[in-house]
Design a protein around this ligand. Structure first.
Ligand SMILES: Cc1ncc(C[n+]2csc(CCOP(=O)(O)OP(=O)(O)O)c2C)c(N)n1
Length: 640
């Protein structure tokens, strides 16, 4: 095995062409094996094998810094920087992270994993190098996909790189896709540009103009010197070249990203220029693994564990995403004002299926959450009802837009937050734990958290009927059926946003939010067996909170709130405020708020993490038991 001999990047430099070919095969096999075992990003990593080898053969990492945009495509980089032996532990608790990680290696610099930031990081690193030069000069390389290049920050940084002349090498890994096809005309293949009918029409029009110019004088010189150049530029150059060179960034490419020697030479040439350079590299997502190459939805961009012989099979269980997708598709068939939006994740948010049922009514904006939220405000202002489906973690980027474009203007935008709460394997950047605390800061925003599929449908319908901004959140994983919450889950509600009492008891009142309702009910059953009688409310609408639920809680000797999100400023804080507002500050019962602490939670199995945080049924039962006991010992105990 060649890979066994690679303890670090310097070992790559001694390899000849045959060894390199063997190595790239071995790297692909290792990627497939690790992702098959624990899930992860497959297609993206299979596409960057040769590119990563070439970069590490030229650069002197970690002195030279390679910043991976998003970081989901850094598996090969990990194996080439001393982590091949540990690679089987990828994405397991205590094992290697699925993204770059400073704790793992000095070769890893950025572990953000929200897209489109690498060029900004690189600009900062290059500014620092300019201020305090190192010997030998430290080079900075940012590797960004054509998908991540659709994010606003990447454009902002490109503008800066060019304007300030920062010698950063930006490698654009262009595979034509984000998950789905990339929403951009910029990094299109040169061949596509040449055959694009619009460019052919423009070129023909230029031919007409040239033909009609007089044959002498200034016009002729313009024709000879400029118009031909313009014609060539329009017809031959990729749009990306014209765009970045206008910003002051040199363009080189496009190059075959699967030819190590070609990429190596291009990287050396680019670095020699010592200016901002964009190196355009063409790759194939999923290269070398049949099921990835032929996956029409996302080239197996990411997947859960699978059998490597057959490739991933469709999941047997019904997900929250599928339940949302069906509910929205049904609503869109009933209402022609509703339009669905995604930021580059049409499959993962269930909108591909919606598009199939309502063609032309799903808008993909690219990896551009901020733009998505503000353009949703525009759609709403013009009388449409936009439903933006986005992972909870990615909404954080668009908080300002949600607050000021949507909230301040009172626009009826429905933000549907998938993967809300602890998500598990993708680690600190991907847990969706901030959305409750953030959306609750937005005046006038209705905040909904269904606990089961039946309520997801009911609350989505309610959200579409409401006015003003609405956020609706649900977790990753298998959707809960209403009957799993007990016989009362089917009872009729007095109003669309009413809370639902699922269990009754006089010792404590548990207000459970969204996916914490089921464990709270289980906790109540366990406590009942011990002689502790606990009320459990399914909150459903965190804001506005049901006054009947608030009055019931205010009369209880102890209130316990439970949410799968940061406890600081979250649903529990909101509900405690409502209780205090209802009965006055001196009559408030003690309120214990359970949720995620304000710290970065590492990757691991989501169920395990929730258990460790005391947010599963035994944890909730233990917290209630202890609080009731403490209250009995010290009846005037301080409020939490
Ligand atoms: C702000 C943000 N939004 C959405 C995502 C989810 N996401 C992860 S990778 C990806 C597509 C990236 O495409 P590209 O940059 O072209 O890389 P590729 O996987 O194709 O190599 C998306 C949308 C994210 N990481 N960050």
């Amino acid at each position: 095995m060649v890979l066994e001999r690679i303890a670090g990047p310097s070992d790559l430099r001694t390899l000849g062409p045959d060894d390199l070919a063997t190595l790239t095969d071995e790297l692909r096999e290792a990627v497939v094996a690790a992702v098959a075992r624990a899930g992860g990003h497959l297609g993206s990593n299979l596409g960057v094998v040769e590119l990563t080898v070439a970069l590490h053969r030229v650069l002197n990492s970690p002195h030279d810094r390679i910043v991976w945009d998003t970081g989901h495509q850094a598996y090969v980089h990990k194996m080439l920087t001393g982590r091949a032996d540990d690679f089987t532990s990828l994405r397991t608790a205590g094992g290697l992270s699925g993204y770059p990680s400073r704790a793992e290696s000095p070769h890893d610099h950025v572990e953000n994993s929200h897209a489109s930031t690498a060029l900004s990081w690189a600009a900062g690193l290059a500014w620092a190098e300019r201020a305090r030069p190192t010997v030998p000069p430290r080079r900075t390389v940012a590797v960004i996909g054509d998908g991540a290049l659709t994010g606003g920050m990447a454009y902002e940084a490109l503008n800066n790189l060019g304007h300030h002349g920062l010698p950063v090498l930006v490698v654009v890994n262009d595979n034509g896709r984000s998950y789905a096809e990339t929403v951009s005309r910029l990094p299109q293949r040169i061949a596509e540009i040449r055959t694009d009918p619009r460019y052919r029409r423009l070129r023909d029009r230029l031919d007409d103009v040239v033909a009609r110019l007089p044959a002498s004088g200034l016009a002729a010189r313009v024709r000879d010197a400029n118009l031909r150049a313009l014609k060539t530029a329009v017809s031959e150059a990729p749009a990306l070249q014209s765009f970045v060179e206008a910003l002051g960034v040199r363009y080189l490419g496009p190059f075959d990203g699967h030819d190590v020697a070609v990429v190596e030479r291009a990287v050396r040439d680019a670095l020699r220029l010592d200016t901002p350079v964009l190196l355009h590299v063409l790759t194939e997502k999923g290269r070398g693994y049949g099921p990835a190459e032929t996956d029409p939805e996302k080239r197996l961009h990411d997947t859960s564990a699978f059998d490597p012989e057959t490739g991933p099979a469709p999941s047997g269980s019904r997900s929250w995403t599928a339940a949302f997708s069906d509910a929205l598709a049904g609503a869109m068939e009933r209402r022609d004002d509703v339009v669905a939006m995604t930021a580059a994740m049409p499959g993962s948010t269930g909108l591909l299926a919606v598009e199939r049922r309502s063609p032309g009514r799903v808008i993909d904006v690219g990896i551009a959450e901020q733009h998505a939220v503000t353009s949703a405000a525009g759609l709403a202002h013009a009388g449409m009802t936009p439903v933006l489906a986005v992972y909870s973690t990615f909404l954080a980027r668009a908080f300002d837009q949600a607050n000021l474009d949507v909230g301040l203007h009172g626009e009826h935008v429905v933000l549907v937050l998938d993967r809300a709460g602890v998500t598990g394997d993708d680690g600190p950047s991907h847990h969706g734990v901030l959305d409750l605390a953030l959306t609750l800061r937005i005046p006038g925003m209705t905040v909904l958290a269904p606990s089961c599929e039946q309520d997801l449908r009911a609350l989505l319908d309610a959200a579409l009927e409401l006015d003003g901004p609405v956020a609706l959140r649900f977790p990753k994983g298998t959707v809960v059926r209403a009957d799993a919450l007990g016989p009362r889950a089917g009872a009729r509600l007095t109003a669309p946003l009413s809370a639902r009492r699922l269990h009754e008891g006089a010792d404590a009142c548990v207000l459970a939010v969204g996916d914490r309702v089921r464990p709270a009910v289980a906790a109540a059953h366990a406590l009942a067996a011990e002689g502790l009688a606990v009320t459990v409310w399914d909150v459903r609408s965190v804001r506005p909170a049901d006054p009947a639920m608030i009055a019931d809680a205010a009369a209880a000797p102890l209130v316990v709130t439970v949410e799968n999100g940061v406890v600081a400023g979250g649903a529990g804080a909101e509900l405690a405020d409502r209780i205090a507002a209802a009965v006055g500050p001196t009559a408030v019962p003690p309120v214990l708020r359970l949720g995620v602490p304000t710290r970065y939670v590492p990757h691991g199995d989501a169920g395990r993490i929730l258990a460790d945080l005391g947010l599963d049924a035994p944890g909730i039962a233990a917290a209630v038991r202890a609080a009731v006991a403490a209250g009995r010992e010290r009846p005037t105990a301080a409020r939490s």
